[in-house]
Ligand binder design. Structure first.
Ligand code: KIV
Ligand code: NA
Length: 266
């Protein structure tokens, strides 16, 4: 398989090929994702919750992200390696450049992801892109803003909030983002944003009309303790191996049958 690249993501959207994304935090899970044909492997700051056992992503540090990105890089061959900028790594353009430099140079990431579309986020996106670091934006339910949102709540349900989200999506695209994660928004809004942007959208709890999908691998394997989030699915149920589970996810995303209505919001 040919390596997946940042410009290649846009080409996939143009050809109508759905993008399959999945998180990984170590080399073994990276190998699993690679073998199953995942396109986009995200070292998410969700590692603060699923690896470190914390209740939010806020305590995750740049050091944590660099460490896990390096582990994942060793397991990948062709999938695009994307790493999250953790909370407050974007507090200034200088800090963001420093953190992204480490994720790319020490960690081996080929793209970094950051949450939000305020003026300073747009400045960070432009600064990274102008230095040759591709950026994935992230809008909707942005977990680093959990306190501002008053919890992990679906975003963009009111018309005004939906209009604002579409404007933000157009702004991150104009700032040079190569892809956009849409999290926790109604299916109809995910569809509109995906139609209006040239760059691909990658949804999680954002409906089946996005250009790709992402899940946390622990959710996909049914390993996350507690109640399963509505947007995820235990793909290991009824299957004999973790590889078969990830392969089923890849097939279902490519075929447009995951997420179903039961995993989506209106
Ligand atoms: O940290 C993460 O895993 C993420 C995905 C859920 C998009 O940001
Ligand atoms: Na994240």
């Amino acid at each position: 398989r040919k390596p997946v690249t940042a410009p290649g993501l846009r080409a996939m959207k143009e050809k109508g090929q759905r993008i399959v994304a999945l998180t990984a935090y170590d080399a073994s899970f990276a190998v699993l994702a690679e073998r199953a044909g995942v396109d986009f492997v995200l070292v998410g700051d969700s590692l603060g919750m699923v690896i470190q056992g914390q209740s939010t992503t806020l305590p995750v540090t740049v050091d944590d992200m660099v460490y896990h990105t390096r582990m994942v890089a060793r397991g990948l061959e062709t999938a695009l390696l994307v790493a999250d900028l953790p909370f407050m790594a974007d507090r200034s353009v200088e800090h963001a450049l420093e953190a992204a430099w480490r994720l790319v140079a020490e960690g081996g990431a080929a793209m970094v992801k950051l949450e939000g579309a305020a003026a300073h986020h747009l400045a960070v996106i432009e600064a990274l892109v102008s230095r040759g670091i591709p950026v994935c934006a992230h809008l909707g339910l942005t977990p680093q803003s959990v306190h501002a949102m008053g919890g992990f709540k679906i975003q963009g349900r009111q018309q005004e909030a939906a209009d604002r989200l579409l404007q933000e999506a157009l702004q991150v695209e104009a700032a040079g983002a190569a892809a956009l994660v849409l999290e926790g928004i109604p299916t109809a809004l995910g569809k509109i944003v995906s139609q209006r942007l040239a760059i691909p959208t990658i949804g999680i709890g954002a409906g089946v009309e996005c250009d790709g999908q992402v899940l946390v691998i622990y959710d996909l394997l049914g390993l996350t303790p507690g109640r399963r989030p509505k947007f995820s699915k235990d793909f290991l149920e009824g299957r004999g191996s973790a590889l078969a589970a990830v392969q089923a996810y890849v097939e279902d995303v490519r075929a447009g049958v995951f997420p179903g209505l039961e995993h989506s919001f209106d």
